[in-house]
Every structure is written in structure tokens, then in C-alpha cells.
Design a protein around this ligand. Structure first.
Ligand SMILES: *Cc1c(COP(=O)(O)O)cnc(C)c1O
Length: 344
């Protein structure tokens, strides 16, 4: 691919951007007395599109541009059964005339595609007619090899596959969030969101591409001094190594990116397991909907927001300006309605 600066890199405009930055209403009600001393703004990347919305669109702007440039006709990717990334890939693929082949992880080894509940992201993928293969957690650990096998099979049958890694998280995908920080910079420069840099950007971290892009973009544009990514599954050490690999890939593609970033992975809010929120997290999701009309999901944004609120309750962010990046996930919330019943 060679080294090309971000602004010259091939990209398909897919996100509805700039997304709004709004001040959260009723935040002291949500976070308690310490909430009043913190300025919390929300970057509404849950509004990057219609049903395809969320953070994955920004990464896919770069990844799909490369797929199209290579003449691909089939996108191959992977994720959990309710993966937002797989859904965004399948929808945007359909918009561009590309088919999708999805490897989706399930913990029920006997689950047949026809028997899997038609809910949330999985339902949308079925509606789209995406090719779906259900795989076990053990197979998922070998996802990159499995996707290469799928791509080889497709190529043998005359198709032109393009493989997108889990979450769209590689150096190229991370450019979507470098660009998003340039977007924030522009918004601040015209006086939006208080018109001056933030102390901290906070968001959920599941495969590391968003964290790497936000950290590079924040350092490059100086829109924030620090980035805090709340892990939603694995621990801090795992994500430190994942993000450092993606940071290296991004810098190899664009050497003008900063060599130093200020990124902290925080794994204090990951809850019981991937896609499972604890009772306090579910209660916060419901309280935020009631106090502010803002919907968070139990897989990603609800956990990150919970981590932020806990930190504010401990008095750690007094006097700070915080930008919470709302990365989407609405279909995942709707797929978990029964699991949230105890918090309503
Ligand atoms: C994928 C996703 C994230 C995490 O982004 P990564 O770049 O994979 O770390 C956060 N929130 C939502 C809603 C997502 O779908």
C-alpha cells in the first residue's frame, strides 16, 4: 500500500458526518453530586447512519475503498453472533453491490442458522441474505486462518474476496478515527462543544481499532490530552498489545502520524463477560435513557459509560472537559431486551 498521508488516502464517504457533539442533559442526576463539576459532551457516532450506524462505518470508509479498488465482489469478515461490525459490513456492502460472507461466533455448538433467534444484528444480516457460517469460540480463536480459507475457497469459485479483520481493526481501518478527531477539531474551531480542547476522550474498546485511531487523531490534532478506552471483554494487557500492533500498522501506512499517544486501557468496567452487563451497568443504561433520552447498549457503550460515571463518582475528573464517544450498538440493545427487564 505504501505510505500515503491520510488526506490523500482512498476513502468512500459513507458516514453521515460531522456527527453532532451534544452536552448531556441531567448528568448530575445520573452521576450524583460529583457529576455537576464535570463537563460531559457526547460525540454522537451512533448517528453515523441509519440502521448501519455506529463506529464501524468510519473504519469501513477506508477498508471498503480498498476492497473496491481491488475489484472485490465479496466481503469476508467475522464477529460475535450479534456483531455490529459484521452487520455494518453486510449493509454497506449491499449499498456498494458487494456480497458478505460472515463467520459468526456462538457458544451454542449445535445452533443451526435457521434456528438462531431472528433478533438485532443477526436478524439484519439474515434480511440482507448474507452468507453466514456459525463457528465455535475455539474456531474463533483461529479466525484469521478461517477467513483466509474462506477467501481461498471463494477465489477458486471465481469470486474476488476481500478479508476484513475482526472489528475492521487494522491500521487502515483506524484511519477512520484519526479522521474523526480531525472532524472534532473542526467542530471546536467554529465554537461548538465549548470551542476548546477536551481533557479526556472516553469510549468502549472491543477490538482496538477505534482506540488506536482516536489516540493517534487526538495526539495529532490536540483535541484532547488523553484517551481512555474501556475494555468490554479482555484485560488491559491484551488490549495494550492489540492497540500497539494497530498503532504500528497505522504509522507504517502514514509516517506523519504521531509517534507518541496518550492512551489508557481501563478494564475496570468490563463486567461479567463479553456482551453481558452486570446489574449496576444495566441500571445505568436505563437511568441514562430516563434522565437524558440517551440510549446506550449493554455490550459496549453502556460499559464504557459506566466506567466513566464510576470514575466521576470517585471524584477523579473534577473540573474536566470530557468527550464521550458514543459508538452505536442500538441493534445489540434491542436484541437484549429480555436481559434488561430486571433493570426497568
Ligand atoms: C465495535 C464497537 C466498539 C468497539 O470498537 P473497536 O474499534 O472494535 O474497539 C464500541 N462500540 C460499539 C457499539 C461497537 O460496535
Amino acid at each position: 500500500m505504501g505510505s500515503i498521508a491520510l488526506s490523500q488516502r482512498r476513502r468512500i464517504a459513507l458516514a453521515h458526518a460531522p456527527t453532532p457533539i451534544v452536552r448531556l442533559r441531567g448528568f448530575d442526576q445520573i452521576a450524583g453530586p460529583n457529576g455537576a463539576g464535570v463537563e460531559v459532551w457526547i460525540k454522537r457516532d451512533d448517528m453515523t447512519g441509519g440502521v448501519e450506524a455506529g463506529n464501524k462505518i468510519r473504519k469501513l470508509e477506508y477498508l471498503l475503498a480498498e476492497a473496491v479498488a481491488r475489484g472485490a465482489d465479496t466481503l469476508v469478515t467475522c464477529g460475535g453472533l450479534q456483531s455490529n461490525h459484521a452487520r455494518a459490513t453486510a449493509i454497506l456492502g449491499a449499498q456498494l453491490g458487494l456480497s458478505a460472507h460472515l463467520l459468526l461466533r456462538t457458544t451454542s455448538p449445535d445452533l443451526r442458522i435457521e434456528a438462531a433467534p431472528l433478533a438485532g444484528n443477526f436478524f439484519l444480516n439474515r434480511m440482507l441474505g448474507a452468507t453466514i457460517e456459525l463457528i465455535t469460540p475455539a474456531q474463533y480463536r483461529e479466525r484469521n486462518a478461517l477467513m483466509s480459507d474462506v477467501a481461498a475457497r471463494l477465489a477458486k469459485s471465481g469470486r474476488v474476496p476481500y478479508v476484513i479483520p475482526e472489528g475492521g481493526s487494522n491500521g487502515l481501518g483506524s484511519f477512520g478515527y484519526v479522521r474523526a478527531m480531525h472532524e472534532v477539531k473542526k467542530q471546536l474551531s467554529v465554537g461548538l462543544a465549548g470551542g476548546k480542547p477536551f481533557d479526556l476522550v472516553v469510549h468502549a474498546c472491543g477490538s482496538g481499532g477505534t482506540a488506536a485511531g482516536v489516540a493517534l487523531g487526538a495526539a495529532q490534532t490536540e483535541v484532547a490530552r488523553e484517551v481512555r478506552a474501556y475494555a468490554v471483554c479482555d484485560d488491559r494487557a491484551t488490549f495494550e498489545s492489540v492497540t500497539s500492533r494497530i498503532l504500528d500498522e497505522a504509522r507504517a501506512l502514514d509516517p506523519s502520524l504521531p509517534s507518541t499517544v496518550h492512551l489508557t486501557i481501563d478494564d475496570s468496567a468490563k463486567g461479567p463477560a463479553y456482551a453481558i452487563a452486570n446489574v449496576e451497568q444495566k441500571k445505568l443504561i436505563v437511568a441514562t435513557a430516563r434522565a437524558a433520552g440517551l440510549f446506550l447498549d449493554p455490550v459496549y457503550t453502556g460499559k464504557a459509560f459506566f466506567g466513566l460515571v464510576e470514575s466521576i463518582r470517585r471524584g477523579e475528573l473534577a473540573g474536566s472537559r470530557v468527550l464521550f464517544l458514543h459508538t452505536g450498538g442500538l441493534p445489540g440493545l434491542l436484541a437484549q431486551s429480555e436481559d434488561l427487564a430486571d433493570a426497568i
